[in-house]
Write a protein that binds this ligand. Structure first.
Ligand SMILES: [Fe+2]
Length: 133
C-alpha cells in the first residue's frame, strides 16, 4: 500500500488530485492481490490503472506543450516507458500469468513514487509560472 504523504504533493491541485486517484487505484490492486482475489478482479484494476495513467500523462503533457516546458521530450519518454510496461504486464496477467502480478505492482508502485518525487517536481516551477496552482 502507498499511504499519501505530504512529500508526494507537488503543490498543483489538479495534478495532486490525479496522483491521489492513481495511488487509490494502485492500492486497490495491491489489496486485491494480497487477498488473493481472482484474476478477473486484478486484471480489471490493472486495466483501470493503465487507462487512468494514460489520461493523467496526457494532462501533464498537454500543459508541457502549452507552457513550452524544456524537458518535455525526456518526461514524455518516462511516461512512455511506464505505459508500455504496464500494458505488457497487464496482458500477461490477463493471459493467466497470475504470479507475475506482485512483481508488476511492486514495479509500478516504485515507478510512481519516484516519478512523482523526482521527474514531476521538475516542472512545478514552470507550471506555476504559467498560472497553475
Ligand atoms: Fe509525469
Amino acid at each position: 500500500m502507498i499511504e499519501w504523504e505530504e512529500k508526494y504533493s507537488i503543490g498543483i491541485s489538479i495534478i495532486d488530485e490525479e496522483h491521489k486517484e492513481l495511488i487509490r487505484i494502485m492500492n486497490a490492486a495491491i489489496v486485491a492481490k494480497q487477498h488473493n482475489s481472482n484474476i478477473e478482479d486484478i486484471s480489471k484494476l490493472l486495466k483501470e490503472l493503465t487507462v487512468y495513467a494514460l489520461n493523467h500523462f496526457s494532462t501533464e503533457e498537454s500543459y508541457m506543450v502549452e507552457f513550452n516546458y524544456p524537458e518535455f521530450q525526456y518526461h514524455k519518454e518516462e511516461h512512455h516507458d511506464f505505459s508500455s510496461k504496464t500494458i505488457t504486464y497487464c496482458s500477461r496477467v490477463i493471459e493467466g500469468d497470475y504470479h507475475i502480478a506482485s512483481e508488476i505492482l511492486e514495479y509500478l508502485k516504485q515507478w510512481l513514487v519516484n516519478h512523482i518525487q523526482i521527474t514531476d517536481k521538475k516542472y512545478v516551477e514552470c507550471f506555476k509560472k504559467n498560472g497553475l496552482k
